[in-house]
Design a protein around this ligand. Structure first.
Ligand code: GUN
Length: 291
């Protein structure tokens, strides 16, 4: 069994980006600039955004964090987005999700200039992704493709079962892995809460992408030997033994499933760190396009 070490792979990628940034800086005096908007005080979201900003600093990017109060109106947020859209100094930006209930998420995503949408959430970019055209691929699916690539996990002709149909992970993952691309050419089954006989389907999988958000959902009796398992889940579960008061659980019962797996991602330290590295990669891509 091989652990797909997202923490180490992300560190490798960030090192590669840092080298490229240093070269860009010395040769052309260009510094990539990522901005992030966060609305409200959701603990997990603040942790994620801070990690993104810190990662920018580590690779030599410029970063801007725009913190807005919970009661920010949709109009005020749209104004902030417009400021970033027209600011030539900003290569790309993200609006951290989820947003407070009174703000229409889709309307916000639609307002982002697709050329600055390094999250790859704008319908224009989702459409390009679905057509296998050059675009920003969302950080989580992009990170999974990169992890499979770097560990040389064969996907061509394999049966991939995706559990979960979210716009951020399940849906794009199923599209990307079925495409004619380096990490792709798989036969993909997408499953969700209405799927019948899920276990029958997962038992046929060469590769399983678990992205449903139910802690330790995938058990050993649901997978065949030598399966590759990608665990996208990160649920905070109360744990008084931890300083933070919680621990992170994936969608996979790691201890039992890892005994049957050929490759498996841990939680934490698997897909999570990869997403930040790929966001930086998208920002670098945006910067190249802008110059
Ligand atoms: N919330 C959870 N994941 C993400 C992400 O990748 N991008 C943004 N903007 N918000 C998120």
């Amino acid at each position: 069994m091989t652990i797909l070490d997202g923490k180490k792979t992300a560190a490798d990628i960030k090192e590669e980006i840092a080298l490229e940034v240093a070269e860009l800086k010395s040769r052309e005096n260009i510094v990539p600039h990522l901005a992030a908007i966060i609305v409200g005080h959701d603990g997990a979201s603040i942790t994620y955004v801070n990690a993104k900003v810190k990662a920018c600093e580590r690779v030599g990017f410029e970063s801007s964090l725009i913190r807005l109060p919970e009661n920010t109106t949709e109009k005020e947020l749209l104004n902030e987005i417009e400021i970033l859209n027209i600011d030539n100094d900003i290569d790309g930006f993200i609006v951290q999700l989820p947003l407070p209930e009174h703000i229409n998420e889709q309307k916000i995503i639609m307002a982002i200039d697709p050329d600055k949408d390094v999250d790859g959430f704008h319908p224009t970019n989702v459409g390009k992704m679905a057509l296998n055209l050059p675009t920003f691929i969302s950080a989580t699916p992009f990170g999974i493709l990169e992890l499979l690539d770097r560990y040389k996990v064969e996907t061509s002709g394999k049966h991939v079962v995706v559990i979960g149909r979210s716009h951020i992970v399940g849906s794009p993952m199923s599209i990307l892995l079925s495409q004619k691309r380096k990490v792709g050419n798989a036969t993909v089954t997408i499953t969700h809460s209405r799927t019948k006989n899920l276990k029958e389907i997962t038992l046929q999988a060469d590769i399983i992408i678990a992205a449903l958000g139910i802690p330790e959902f995938l058990k050993a009796d649901m997978v065949k030997d030598n399966v590759t398992v990608i665990d996208v889940g990160i649920t905070r579960v109360a744990d008084s033994n931890k300083k933070s008061g919680y621990r992170l659980l994936g969608d996979v019962a790691f201890d039992e499933v890892s005994k049957k797996a050929a490759f498996i991602t841990p939680v934490p330290g698997g897909v999570g760190p990869m997403t930040i590295a790929m966001l930086l990669k998208n920002t670098l891509l945006a910067c190249h396009r802008n110059n």
